[in-house]
Design a protein around this ligand. Sequence first.
Ligand SMILES: Nc1ncnc2c1ncn2[C@@H]1O[C@H](COP(=O)(O)OP(=O)(O)O)[C@@H](O)[C@H]1O
Ligand SMILES: [Mg+2]
Length: 474
Amino acid sequence: MTSQQRPPDFDLDQMTAAQNLRLEDLVDRASLKEVIRSFINLFGISIRVYSADGELLADAVEQQAICRYINELPNGRSACGATVNGVKRVRPADDSSSLHPCFTGANYEVVPITYDGRMVGKLILGPFLPAELREVPGSLLTTVPELDRGKVKELLPKMPRAKAETVTNIAEHMRSVLDLILFSGHKALLTSQMHLASVRESYRELQDKNARLQEAFDKLKELDRLKSNFIATVSHELRTPLTSIIGYSEMLGEGIAGPLQPEQSEFVRTIREKGEQLLGLIMSLLDLSKLESGTLTLLRSEVSIRSVLDDVVSLLRPVAHKKGVQLALAADDALPPLRGDANRLRQAFLNIGENAVKFTPADGLIRLEASLVRDDDGGDDGSFGFALLAPARTMIQVRISDTGIGIPEHEREKVFTPFYQVDSSSTREYGGTGLGLAIVKRLIEAHDGKIRIEGNKPAGTVFVVTLPVLPPAS
Ligand SMILES: Nc1ncnc2c1ncn2[C@@H]1O[C@H](COP(=O)(O)OP(=O)(O)O)[C@@H](O)[C@H]1O
Ligand SMILES: [Mg+2]
C-alpha cells in the first residue's frame, strides 16, 4: 500500500502515539492481578492498581486484623474511611512516590505508573508499619478513644513492617515489571490496530470493486435493454413488408394476376415458403425480445391442458405421419384447469413437439402425457420429502418423450440459450435457428412453471414441464 492510496484514517503516527493510551487498554486485568498477587505473596503488603481516572483495575489485599478491629468502632470507621479516601485521591507527582501516613501509625506508599513519559495510573502499597515504630502511636488513641489498649497492643504488631527503603525498592521493582507489561500490551494493541486498519482497507477496496461491478452491471443491463428494443423495432419493421411479400406471392400462386406456367408457380411457392419461414423467425425474435424485457403480456384465462395438448397433437400429426413417427397422447381424466394464456402454452408445447418430431427418425414414437403431481422440487419421483416444510402445491406435469437422437446430459441446460444448437452441422440437416427452446423456457416460466430435460430409455429425450394448477379458492 503506498502512502498515496492510504485512506485518511490509516494514520500510523497517530496510531503509534502513546498520548491517548490508557492503562486499562494496555494491560489485561487478569494478568495484572496475577502479578500483584505474586508481590503480596513475596512481601505481604497489599497492593491496589488504579487507572489515571481513579478506577480500580486490580488489587491484592490482605485485610489487617487491627484495621478490622478499628472498623468495628464508630470513630474508627469514619477515621479509616477518611484516610483511605485521602490516599485514593492523591495524584502522585510525575516520577516520584510519596508516603501517606494513617492515624494508626501505618503508612501508604503512592507510586505513579508512567508509560512513555506520561502518567497512566498509580499503585497504592500499604498499609505497612515503618520498621522503626515501637510504641502504639498517640494519634491512634486520640482518634479512637474507645479502643481497648490491650487489643491494640496485640493486633498492631501483626501488621507488615517495612523499612522506607525496602518499600521504595518494592515500588521500583513493581514499576519495572509494569513497564514491561505495558510495553508488550502496547505492542499487542498496535498489532491489532494495524490488523484492523488493513481489514478496513481491504473492506473498502472490496466496496470499491463492488461499486464498479454494479456500475458495469447497470451498463450491461441498459445495453441489453437497448438490444431488446432494437430487435423489437427491427422485427416489427421487417414484418410489415414481409407480410406484403407473402400476401402477393399467395395471390400470384392462386392465379389472381393471370395463369402461371408450372415452373413459375413452383418459383412463387418457394418465395411464399421462404417468406413464411422468415416471418416465423422474425416472430420468434419478437417473442424473445418481449419475453426478455418482460413486456410480453399473457392473456390469462382458465385453460384446460388437455385441449391444449389435443391441439398440439393435431397440428403435429401431418408432419409426424409424413416422417413415419407415431404420436400418442395420454392425459389423466379430470385434470384441474390452470390459469394461463392458451395460445402461448400451445406455442410452447408445439415447439417441444416439433423438435421431437424433427429429431426422431422413422418408426419412432412420441408420447405426450399429462398428470397431477405434488410440487416438483424433489424430482419426478413423486417425492413428498418437502411436504412437511412447505405446503405442497399441486402441479400439472406434462412429459413429452421421443425416441430420437437424444441430448447429451451436459447439453441439457445449454439448449435453452437463444440460438444454441447441440450440433450445428446436424442441425443443418434438420433446419431451425435455435430460438425455439429459449422461447419455450421463458414462456413456461412466465406461467410460474418449470422445464427440464431427461434422457429417454433406450434412446431419445424427455421434456418435463410442470405448471401450477389454479388454486381451488380462485
Ligand atoms: N427432442 C429433441 N431431441 C434431440 N435434440 C433436441 C430436441 N429438442 C431440442 N434439441 C436440441 O436443442 C437445440 C435447440 O432447440 P431449439 O431451441 O428448438 O432450436 P431449433 O429447433 O431451431 O434447432 C436443437 O438444435 C437440438 O440440438
Ligand atoms: Mg425447435
